[in-house]
Design a protein around this ligand. Structure first.
Ligand SMILES: Nc1nc2c(c(=O)[nH]1)N[C@H]1C(S)=C(S)[C@@H](COP(=O)(O)OP(=O)(O)OC[C@H]3O[C@@H](n4cnc5c(=O)[nH]c(N)nc54)[C@H](O)[C@@H]3O)O[C@H]1N2
Ligand SMILES: Nc1nc2c(c(=O)[nH]1)N[C@H]1C(S)=C(S)[C@@H](COP(=O)(O)OP(=O)(O)OC[C@H]3O[C@@H](n4cnc5c(=O)[nH]c(N)nc54)[C@H](O)[C@@H]3O)O[C@H]1N2
Ligand code: SF4
Ligand SMILES: [Mo]
Length: 742
């Protein structure tokens, strides 16, 4: 029985609306898709359906843990928070701000606290040593966006609902439910595309569930997409397939001729053998994209976590631009989320650059405000000035998700202080001195501040907590706010609301001073007084909605929305399809889309040199499973077993060649693993795949279900030295390995 309530699922980028039932004790009893949700229309996947089991997992921590005499023991909240503040204060006093590092994991992209408060905590620490899952993921895309549009957050996404030809490169959205493109029911959208007569091309060395739906499936050798895409660019010029006036945006584009010159070395006939895709197929691909009434080229993990991630991401959008598909319906478009400031006239920015600071040990350039996660271990374990002695992790498990977890584990053990904001005692948090567990999702608010920037359709949807927090237990925002207050001298017992009030006053101050703001010249105090008497995060949400593209501008646009409107629409407010945003989104120095930025062009020389490389060896790629979520959902019985196992896919030809049957030893640059094998024709010869997030057999964790089927940590094969140098993103796909019978 129980009452029903609506929640947005926090578990992946699809942001499905769920109908949950809540028992009298506040526990979630069940979850199903909300048929009336304006974005997801009832879609749900097995992970969403397991939300109650996840929330109620008995292994979840509900009280802080502090290490005393080597053991993690329960403590009360004030003790735990004060301990962190005191110890961080002492380390900063002795060794300076850079001695404290931060690692932000994937769930920070999904939580309110991750969007609003984690960045403020990082700023309060004032450290150059900020790391995140981004450099294990989409950072190359962001760096390419920085060069092209002058803003590494100017995401453009495929207009899935209207496109005539979708080209998916290195993504498996039928399993992942989509990434860096927020669309609920991706499988349904692919089916709808085909039903309306559209064409689906999938480019992937594995015959994935997505590839099985394709009209055309090309299977390149991993890591060769940059060359393949250059072959497409070459063909577009060579066969006169460039869109007239670039589909109407030519006035905003520079560097076309230089890109053309650079593509000269990459004729399809030249790159075919390297890519393992015929020249005819590459030319056909270019023709197909150019001929479609609209087309969208979309790349994901297989195009970013590779040796040429940034160049590949750049060329994806170069193809979109050259074929007239940028910023038009059916092509790739820039979403307009409800909480981003209302659009302003274009204004030139400063040149986009990386390397504003460098990592201490290897000198990796800063990228979009952070350093490569592959360098985290060496920054911790290499002595000297600027060494990281204390680390915060917020919603991250880098011992499994980043290269060489064994080295990172040793480094975390040796550090002076590890603080983890995390609900589980897992492979990373077992090294903590203090664990501060956030409440389960049902007791947390949910608004997709970040993922709405990637949504194929604009909506405003907000879920208030549906379960009580319980005695004295802080929400995740309160945990982070009290740390911020403690570290900035106000004390952990100061009103957490102060943190949000400061953000509100700062934002409104900037807005009233901007002549193009919808609230230019208004009185800040009057506007603050219009915000609801509510928790700080809701006051900020209301402010952002009101200042946003669809907002009421604090009364100046009475038709616009406020938080009250969103609360009155429990299934969400639909704000329509994506709309053209050029030239307003551009922030480059030239004010144009810079198709041939110097740093990108310089990396083309490195790419050209790979064309004659031997293709004889084996390479490793990743694989996701519908019932898995990175490293942290293996503790649910409902999602365990079946196909959700840590096995090595090997093509039968390779199994023969290397004499492999049921168990193999895999060797990579970072180490070796013994893993069970599945022989499969769904993977290309010369390629093997292993999923990540496994390796739950480490001592000192509290993951009773996961420990029963631990699997092996694929990232132990990786030493983190192979990376895309422009983005500091490690090569997770296309890693050279060897296999042998066990
Ligand atoms: N069920 C489930 N859903 C998830 C997750 C999960 O763990 N499980 N994780 C979430 C996260 S954090 C993310 S970032 C997204 C990722 O979302 P996706 O990127 O859609 O997911 P992947 O399965 O990593 O897909 C990458 C594809 O690239 C292919 N590939 C590998 N190397 C290459 C290459 O060199 N070239 C080409 N063309 N293809 C290549 C792989 O075979 C694979 O099919 O998924 C999210 N959703
Ligand atoms: N070989 C290989 N490695 C990969 C990948 C791959 O495809 N192949 N994928 C990469 C990608 S795309 C990503 S995004 C990274 C992920 O890397 P990470 O973010 O480091 O790892 P996750 O497994 O997502 O761990 C999430 C952590 O957040 C905690 N958590 C869950 N909910 C909450 C919450 O509400 N609040 C807080 N504070 N914590 C919470 C979980 O307990 C867990 O400890 O892994 C990367 N690593
Ligand atoms: S697709 Fe993603 S958002 Fe939707 S129910 Fe599944 S995990 Fe949740
Ligand atoms: Mo990710």
């Amino acid at each position: 029985m129980g009452r029903t309530a609506l929640r947005i699922c926090p578990l992946c980028e699809a942001t499905c609306g769920l109908t949950v039932t809540v028992g009298d004790d506040g526990r979630l009893l069940s979850a199903r898709g909300d048929a009336e949700d304006v974005f997801s229309h009832g879609y749900i996947c097995p992970k969403g359906a397991s939300l109650p089991e996840l929330d109620n997992d008995p292994d979840r921590l509900s009280r802080p843990l502090i290490r005393r005499d080597g053991e993690l023991v329960e403590a009360d909240w004030s003790d735990a928070l004060q301990t962190v503040v005191d110890r961080v204060g002492a380390i900063r006093a002795d060794h300076g701000a850079s001695a404290v590092g931060v690692y932000l994991g994937n769930p920070t992209a999904h939580t309110v606290a991750g969007a609003l408060h984690a960045p403020m905590l990082a700023r309060t620490l004032g450290t150059p040593n900020v790391f995140s899952a981004s450099t294990l993921d989409q950072m190359p895309k962001q760096i390419a966006l920085g060069y092209l549009f002058g803003n590494p957050f100017a995401f453009c996404v495929p207009d899935l609902d209207r496109t005539d030809h979708l080209v998916i490169i290195g993504a498996n959205p039928v399993v992942s439910n989509g990434s860096v493109t927020t669309a609920a029911d991706f499988p349904g959208k692919l089916a709808a595309l085909r039903k309306r007569g559209g064409h689906l091309t999938v480019i992937d060395p594995a015959r994935t569930r997505t590839a099985k739906l394709a009209d055309t499936h090309l299977a390149p050798r991993p890591g060769t997409d940059a060359a393949l895409l250059f072959g497409v660019v070459h063909t577009l010029f060579d066969e006169d397939l460039i869109a007239a006036d670039l589909g109407g945006i030519a006035q905003y584009v520079s560097g076309v001729q230089e890109l053309r010159d650079r593509s000269g070395d990459f004729a399809p006939e030249r790159v075919a053998a390297h890519c393992g895709v015929s020249a005819a197929e590459i030319r056909e691909l270019a023709r197909g994209i150019a001929a479609a009434p609209s087309a969208a080229v979309y790349g994901r993990m297989g195009t970013t976590t590779v040796e040429f991630g940034t160049v590949t991401s750049w060329l994806i959008d170069a193809v979109n631009i050259l074929t007239g598909n940028l910023d038009r319906p059916g092509g790739v478009m820039f979403p307009t989320p409800p909480t981003a400031p209302a659009p302003r006239p274009p204004r030139p920015g400063r040149p986009f650059r990386t390397g504003r600071w460098r990592s201490r040990v290897s000198g990796h350039p800063e990228v979009a405000g952070e350093l490569p996660s592959a360098a985290l271990a060496e920054e911790l374990d290499t002595p000297g000035d600027g060494q990281i002695r204390a680390l915060f992790t917020i919603g991250g498990n880098p011992v499994l998700s980043a290269p060489d977890g064994e080295r990172l584990s040793r480094a975390l053990d040796a550090a002076d202080l590890i603080v983890c904001v995390d609900p589980y005692l897992n492979e990373t948090t077992r090294h903590a001195d203090v664990i501060l567990p956030p409440p389960p999702s049902s007791a947390s608010p949910h608004f997709d501040f970040l993922l709405n920037n990637l949504a194929v359709r604009a909506t405003a949807r907000y879920s208030r907590p549906v379960s009580p927090l319980g005695d004295g237990r802080p929400g995740e925002s309160e945990i982070l706010c009290r740390l911020i207050l403690g570290l900035s001298g106000a004390g952990i017992d100061a009103d957490p609301m102060l943190v949000d009030e400061q953000a509100i006053v700062a934002t409104l101050g900037k807005e009233v001073a901007d002549p193009y703001s919808p609230v230019a010249g208004r009185d800040t105090g009057d506007m603050v007084a219009m915000l609801p008497d509510a928790p700080g995060y809701e006051r900020r949400l209301d402010m952002m909605l009101r200042l946003g593209a669809y907002g009421d501008a604090f009364g100046s646009r009475p038709d616009g929305i406020t938080l009250a409107d969103v609360l009155a629409a429990p299934h969400g407010i639909d704000l329509g399809p994506m709309r053209p945003r050029l030239p307003g989104v551009l922030r480059t120095e030239s004010g144009t889309i810079e198709l041939a930025a110097d740093d990108l062009i310089a990396d083309v020389d490195r790419l050209r040199e790979t064309l004659d490389r031997s293709t004889a060896g084996l390479v490793l790629i990743g694989r996701r499973n519908l019932r898995s979520n990175n490293s942290w959902m293996h503790n649910l019985t409902a999602l365990s077993g079946g196909s959700n196992r840590c096995t090595l896919y090997v093509h039968p030809d390779d199994a023969n060649r290397y004499g492999i049957d049921d168990i193999a030893v895999v060797r990579g640059p970072g180490g070796e693993l013994k893993v069970p094998v599945e022989i499969s024709t769904d993977i290309l010869p010369g390629v093997v795949s292993l999923p990540h997030g496994w390796g739950h057999d480490l001592a000192g964790t509290r993951l009773s279900v996961a420990a029963g089927a631990p699997g092996a940590n694929v990232n132990q094969l990786n030493d983190g030295t192979l990376m895309d140098p422009l983005s500091g993103t490690v090569t997770l796909n296309g890693l050279p390995v060897e296999i042998a019978p066990a």
